[in-house]
Ligand binder design. Structure first.
Ligand SMILES: Cc1ncc(COP(=O)(O)O)c(C=O)c1O
Length: 380
């Protein structure tokens, strides 16, 4: 089956009892056993739920994994990965990562005695240099958030493999439509399913996808022991979202490319960060590892300061001022005061997340309307 067929037919089998073409939402928290100590397919919803299983089966098929595990949020999924580590272990991560991941690593994992080193992962040699004797995990994102930096996924996977270190990637921005990291040697693919997988700003969830059944068992043990799972309603909504994932991501990516080109020619803009622009560093790697599009996220810096960037983000009419991304509605935000406010300011500036940076999540509206909206906001 090809991608779009899997998105509709894997994990979405019709209901055997009623014939309903859409499987029902299973809300039951517990399941009857035939005899004490004899477990059926399901016993308790934290440990397994049919609606969650459906969502996991679809995503595993789209990413090419042996299984997926669905969590209450993207952060819960990433946290589960870090719980594979023990006190004294070390993580090497890219600098261009989601602010919440930065906070998890520096303000939660550190309490468990886990050490973190951030390196510019757009140069894979930096990952190799960052690996120490006690390194147990490499964590990357491509395109990165919010600078859209491109990391050579296969090169980093090869480095991690050679060092005997597990490597995970946050694949939220690209989605499996554009990048399937397991095919490139990655061990764990993570998603904020809240974003493109769901696609309609109405569900919260996270997911991990793996190819190795032993690794799946280790992660599942942690997930079940810590009780971190996606609710049946969110599972249902994200399953529904994935049916149109391919169409949405491709159309939104096309619009993002048009907007990037428009902004690139505008004197009110000093820098456009979009992997689809030929002059963008990492463009050729992106063209190799992204399948037919460069994603629907883009950032740009205005000629102006923090306050001016704030005014622009508050002046759009179609782009709504909100964090999050990946849905049919276009969103705008200022990373310095919103998505990346959890960075210490010096650290944020050192990582290139400047005050005048603005991030767009391009939705499914008509691209001419979106460009007209940005044009009027840039004059405010
Ligand atoms: C790239 C990326 N990864 C992870 C997350 C965290 O996901 P969640 O909000 O579902 O916990 C986000 C949220 O914005 C994100 O943008």
């Amino acid at each position: 089956m090809k991608f779009r067929t899997k998105a509709i037919h894997v994990g979405n089998q019709r209901c055997q009892t009623t014939g309903a073409v859409v499987p029902p939402i299973h809300l039951a928290s517990t399941y009857v056993q035939t005899h004490p100590g004899e477990w059926g397919d399901y016993d308790y919803s934290r440990s397994g739920n049919p609606t969650r299983d459906n969502m996991e089966d679809t995503l595993a098929a789209l990413e090419g994994g042996c299984d997926a595990l669905a969590f209450a949020s993207g952060m819960a999924a990433t946290h589960c990965v870090t719980m594979l580590l023990s006190a004294g272990d070390h993580i090497v991560a890219g600098t261009d990562i989601y602010g919440g991941t930065y906070r998890l690593f520096h303000k939660i994992c550190n309490r468990a005695g886990i050490e973190i080193t951030l390196v510019d992962a757009s140069q894979p040699a930096n990952i190799a240099k960052g690996i120490q004797d006690n390194t147990k995990l490499v964590w990357i994102e491509s395109p990165g958030n919010p600078l859209l930096s491109i990391t050579d996924i296969k090169a980093c996977a090869d480095i991690a493999k050679q060092a005997g270190v597990l490597i995970g990637i946050d694949n939220t921005f690209a989605s499996p439509v554009l990048t399937r990291p397991l095919e490139l040697g990655i061990d764990i693919v993570m998603h904020s399913a809240t974003k493109y997988l769901g696609g309609h700003s109405d569900a919260l969830g996270g997911a991990l996808v793996v190819q190795d059944p032993d690794l799946r068992e280790k992660l599942y043990f942690i997930q079940n022991a810590t009780g971190n799972c996606m609710s049946p309603l969110d599972s249902f909504l994200i399953s529904r979202g994935m049916k149109t994932l391919d169409l949405r991501v491709r159309a939104q990516s096309e619009s993002a490319l048009s907007i990037a080109k428009y902004l690139d020619d505008d004197p009110r803009i000093s820098r456009v960060l979009y992997p689809g622009l030929p002059a963008f560093p990492g463009h050729s790697i992106a063209a190799q590892q992204m399948d037919g599009g460069f994603g629907a996220m883009l950032s740009f810096e205005i000629v102006g300061d923090f306050e001016q960037a704030k005014r622009v983000t508050a002046s759009t009419r179609l782009f709504q001022l909100a964090v999050s991304l990946g849905a049919v509605e276009s969103l705008i935000e200022q990373p310095a005061s919103m998505s990346h406010a959890s960075y210490d300011r010096e650290d944020r500036l050192a990582h290139g997340i400047n005050d005048e940076l603005i991030r767009l999540s391009v939705g499914l509206e008509d691209v001419d309307d979106l460009i007209a909206d940005l044009d009027q906001a840039l004059d405010c």
